[in-house]
Every structure is written in structure tokens, then in C-alpha cells.
Design a protein around this ligand. Structure first.
Ligand code: CMX
Length: 132
């Protein structure tokens, strides 16, 4: 079962410019930034209630966010659902025929275990599941 929406990932062309909007104009608090080498992104997390907004700036035009921005110019990139046991959830989704991008969890920002489902089997929405 999904426990909550952990975060909503938003691809941005420039993190500092995006922070001017989300932090300075919209008034959200930025809990810091982090480079996630494996995902080729620099991220900032801004909590909103029990969830967070994750701003994603690409560090490599060939990375997933770099390619997304090249095609779509930024915007909502993925939804992340929190689970308590990611391996069990991945196995269950696989049994149900959902196409997985990650067969096994990887480590993402903040040391969370993450895995992505392929948008071709989730109605065009990139879904991440994560365990913290
Ligand atoms: N949401 C919805 N669809 C997406 C997408 C996204 N975020 N990113 C790519 N796609 C779609 C493209 O529009 C394209 O669709 P069409 O075939 O209909 O044109 C298709 O997926 C293929 O796109 P592509 O640009 O050729 O990219 P790839 O196939 O090389 O990769 C994907 C697509 C989803 C497999 C890849 O982006 C991926 O593995 N993503 C997971 C990892 C990730 O996104 N990491 C960044 C976040 C890290 C973090 O949160 O820490």
C-alpha cells in the first residue's frame, strides 16, 4: 500500500531561478540542495505538509531530466509514492504486469531507496516509489 505522496518532482532549467519562485515568491522553505550523481541531477526539497516539492535541475543533457527538458522545456516530471517495503512492492507490481524501469531499488536523494515505473505502463506519468 502507498503511505502517502512522498514528493512531486518538477524539472527546472535553473535551480536558483526556480527557488526564486517556490521559496521567495510562493513562500515554501527550502531544506537544502543535493547533487545525485547517479541520476544526473541537482535537487532541492521544499516540504509542503506531509509531502514535498522536489525541484530537479539536470547536471547532464544526456541524463533523464536533461532529455525531458530538451523535449518538454520543464514541468511536472514525476510523482513519488512512499512505501514501507520497496522490494515487496516492486515484486507485487511486476506480478501485476507493470513495466519497471528499475528491477531493484537504487539510492536517491537523502539516501532514500527509489525505483521507477515506466510511463508507458502508467498512462504517461512517470511514477517513483520510495522507501525512507
Ligand atoms: N514523464 C512522462 N513521460 C516521460 C518522462 C517523464 N518524466 N520522461 C520521458 N518520458 C517519455 C518521453 O516523452 C518518451 O515518450 P514517447 O516515446 O511517447 O515520445 C518516452 O518516455 C521515451 O523518452 P526518451 O526521452 O527517449 O527517454 P528514455 O527512453 O531514454 O528514458 C525514461 C525515459 C522514463 C525511461 C527515463 O527518463 C528514466 O529512466 N527515468 C527514471 C529516472 C529519472 O527520471 N531520474 C530523475 C529523477 C531522480 C530523482 O528524483 O532523484
Amino acid at each position: 500500500m502507498f503511505e502517502k505522496v512522498d514528493h512531486i518532482g518538477i524539472a527546472v532549467t535553473n535551480l536558483e531561478d526556480a527557488l526564486e519562485l517556490y521559496r521567495d515568491q510562493l513562500g515554501l522553505e527550502c531544506k537544502g540542495t543535493e547533487v545525485v550523481e547517479e541520476q544526473k541531477v541537482k535537487v532541492a526539497f521544499l516540504p509542503v505538509g506531509e509531502s514535498k516539492i522536489e525541484l530537479l535541475e539536470s547536471t547532464d543533457p544526456e541524463g533523464p531530466v536533461g532529455k525531458f527538458i530538451e523535449k518538454k522545456g520543464g514541468g511536472v516530471h514525476h510523482l513519488s509514492f512512499r512505501v514501507s517495503n520497496i522490494e515487496e512492492k516492486l515484486e507485487q507490481l511486476k506480478q501485476q504486469g507493470v513495466a519497471l524501469i528499475d528491477q531493484k531499488p537504487r539510492y536517491g536523494a537523502g539516501g532514500a531507496k527509489i525505483a521507477f515505473l515506466h510511463p508507458k505502463s502508467t498512462g504517461g506519468v512517470l511514477i517513483e516509489i520510495c522507501e525512507r
